[in-house]
Ligand binder design. Structure first.
Ligand SMILES: C[S@@+](CC[C@H](N)C(=O)[O-])C[C@H]1O[C@@H](n2cnc3c(N)ncnc32)[C@H](O)[C@@H]1O
Length: 280
């Protein structure tokens, strides 16, 4: 295994991967199913041909800059394991800012809240919230059938399927009813900035999850009327925003009658817009 690991490390380094040795080890684990300590203690063990072929295929995909999470099939979010695969956005650490904000705003964690997650992707936001709010139920909406299938699979794996529902739709257009908590992480990269993103993102993650139109704000404008209609009186919405987007989005939502506050992520960047319908 040691020689295969060294060769893989060289190949990943040449492909511009930042931590080639660490990633090569993770891929070796994925290919062999061996525990991390076995990889160290039995480093001279021979790889059987099937495991070697699996390892080399994974290394080739990573060298082509496919995201690690697609290769391992998993990404942790809110300390929970989420299955991810091509066709769905890999959950990002900064998105946990929304979960934190929403949980702080919920006054009674035992309440039977109705939660709506617009653009649910892997289901990470909705499922993290349902995990911490034991009596809440939630609906995740997405335009991508692939994302919805993965979100439903995550709900099953996390034991939340009885309280999590998923439906295809264009934001909240086809929905009725009202929700005490709405969360959304809409696509917010300006279209002409997509090509400049890291290859892992630009070449592999779904454009539908990233492309926010000419100024990056198209999705917020599109879902605003649904938010106005679907947010329960006294309810709250937490929306993820991109760097530098706060002033324009604050103006957009204040003009629509919302009281707007923001929450920073761990880097101090305003990341979460907290919206409440202004009292009549
Ligand atoms: C930035 S991703 C967020 C995914 C997930 N909520 C997360 O935080 O990792 C945006 C999601 O919105 C979905 N989406 C894009 N346009 C949509 C639309 N018009 N209606 C519903 N969902 C849409 C995408 O398919 C994608 O899953």
């Amino acid at each position: 295994m040691a020689a295969a690991l060294c060769a893989a490390t060289r190949r990943l380094r040449a492909a511009g991967i930042d931590e080639p040795r660490a990633e090569a080890r993770l891929l070796l684990r994925a290919a062999t199913g061996l525990a991390p300590e076995t990889l160290v203690v039995e480093r001279e063990r021979r790889l059987d041909p099937a495991a070697r072929a699996r390892f080399e295929a994974l290394v080739a995909r990573r060298a082509a800059r496919e995201p690690m999470a697609y290769l391992s099939g998993e990404r942790e979010f809110w300390s929970l394991p989420f299955h991810v695969a091509p066709g769905v956005l890999v959950p990002r650490p900064e998105t946990e800012t929304l979960v934190e904000a929403a949980l702080e705003l919920v006054q009674d964690r035992e309440a039977r809240l109705r939660i709506l997650d617009l653009g649910t992707g892997s289901g990470c936001l909705l499922l993290a919230l349902l995990h911490d709010l034991p009596n809440a139920r939630g609906l995740g909406v997405d335009r991508s059938e692939r994302a919805l299938a993965i979100a439903a699979e995550n709900a099953r794996r996390l034991g939340l399927a009885r309280r999590a529902f998923f439906v295809a739709g264009d934001w909240g257009r086809a929905l009725s009813g009202s929700f005490e908590l709405v969360v959304a992480n809409p696509p917010y990269v300006a279209s002409d900035e997509l090509a400049g993103l890291a290859p892992e993102v630009a070449h592999y993650e779904p454009r539908l999850a990233l492309d926010g139109g000419p100024d990056g704000l198209s999705a917020y404008r599109a879902l605003l009327p649904d938010l106005v209609r679907l947010l329960a009186p006294g309810g709250v919405a937490c929306l993820e925003i991109g760097r530098g987007q706060e002033p324009a989005l604050r103006a957009l939502f204040e003009a629509a009658g919302f009281a707007v506050a923001t929450r920073p992520d761990l880097a101090g960047i305003p990341r979460c817009l907290v919206l409440r319908p202004a009292p009549p």
